[in-house]
Design a protein. Sequence first.
Length: 198
Amino acid sequence: MTSTSTPELKIVIAGIGGQGIVFLTRLISQTAVNLGHRVVVSETHGMSQRGGAVFSHLKINGSDAPLIQRGSADLMIALDANEALQNMDYMRRGGTVFVNSNDGLRSEIAPHLERLNIRVASLPASAIAVELGSAAATNIVMAGFVAAYDALNLPLENMIETIKQAASKGAERNLKALEAGFQAGQRQIESAQKIPSE
């Protein structure tokens, strides 16, 4: 697959300091590059210390401008539900938000999401990461979750290869987290497909 055959994808990645926004951005961007896509990444913005708001912009097969204009993002990956709300104005009509949350986003934003036809898929990624023995792996659980929905056009196998190539101390942990997020996403998709039609 090459960049000429794949449409532009604009991604906002949002969270708070200490959640691994930088690593998640690198995982997605390097996987895309390995597949022959053209990638532009903005610097990570915000307070990088633990607890401060952080976000990055990533374009796959897009323009050279690193920042995504408000109202134009196709996809958001939010490691924190409040940061999903703070960055919602970047989303385009018909976009998709993947959020680390037990119960989606606050109900008062529902009319806005419905008006813009923005889809929300939520997963308690932090809880899954803790079950795996590492709260720090929440970002990788979310990467697997998004991969299950094929929202990035980046196959899981290629993300696995990127993690292995990094050869970091946490590679084994990250591979388990990626697989756990992917399996959780697949279960969500299968569950939605089983809902009987009228």
